[in-house]
Design a binder for this molecule. Structure first.
Ligand code: HEM
Ligand code: HEM
Length: 187
């Protein structure tokens, strides 16, 4: 109560910057899946600007994930919550690593796909990676394959991540969720 805001992580808590990165990533990734669903199913008619939005926000994911990873390496990580099982920590650690790998694989494969197809990569109309002169079919094939496979893997991994968080929060009565929530009561 009445404490000043914690910006950095300390031994027992995630700080505001880690939390901001976490939930910004979450919103951006939700945007990517929703826009992808619209692009793939065409449930509503959309123009090229919509595709550019998916690509631009996808690039932003790359920027945010880089920032996030640097911050994670530069700052101390809090201790694990009390009473966690050894196997649980192993799963969570593996899941977190996988999330980072997949969050890189998505934008990088997206970029590969576009450059391979001799298309420019837009970034909110501010700037863009220029289109190469020629198509490179191998790059298109690999980029597309990785983008699709990693998208399913990311969905599954997020599901496991959330399942583990909620399991601990509800069944172990640890009040675990507050570790990553902003303005949580013990902050
Ligand atoms: C796009 C979806 C998500 C991604 C990519 C993601 C990724 C991560 C990562 C990488 C961490 C480790 C800490 C860090 O490096 O910052 C983490 C921690 C955490 N996440 Fe998520 N997350 C997502 C969605 C969610 C959701 C929906 C919830 C809540 C239901 C959640 C709750 C938590 C909690 C409580 C922690 C702290 C775990 C701990 O270290 O004790 N996350 N998340
Ligand atoms: C975290 C970031 C991203 C996520 C979660 C994501 C997710 C998806 C998903 C689920 C699809 C539909 C199925 C598939 O092909 O996998 C898709 C399609 C696509 N994505 Fe991404 N994407 C991301 C970033 C990017 C980036 C950075 C670019 C390009 C710069 C991009 C370009 C595309 C393109 C061109 C398609 C195919 C659209 C079509 O022609 O129907 N994506 N994305």
């Amino acid at each position: 109560m009445g404490r000043t805001m914690r910006w950095k992580n300390d031994y027992s808590h995630y700080g505001a910057i880690t939390k901001a990165f976490h939930w910004a990533t979450f919103l951006l990734v939700v945007n990517q899946f929703v826009t992808a669903l619209v692009m793939e199913t065409r449930i509503i008619k959309v123009g090229g600007g919509f595709y550019d939005w998916h690509k631009s926000v996808g690039l932003l994911v790359l920027v945010v994930v880089c920032g996030r990873l640097i911050w994670r390496k530069a700052s101390q990580l809090p201790e694990w919550a009390e009473g966690m099982y050894g196997w649980e920590i192993s799963v969570i650690r593996f899941v977190e690593r996988s999330l980072y790998v997949l969050l890189f694989a998505m934008p990088v494969s997206g970029i590969a796909m576009l450059l391979g197809a001799a298309q420019k990569v837009p970034f909110f109309g501010l700037l863009h990676i220029p289109a190469p002169a020629k198509r490179i079919e191998l790059l298109v094939a690999i980029g597309t394959l990785v983008h699709v496979v990693a998208a399913y893997a990311l969905c599954a991994t997020i599901a496991v991540h959330v399942a583990f968080v909620l399991r601990r929060h509800w069944y172990e009565r640890g009040g675990y969720l507050h570790r990553m929530l902003p303005f949580s009561k013990d902050d």
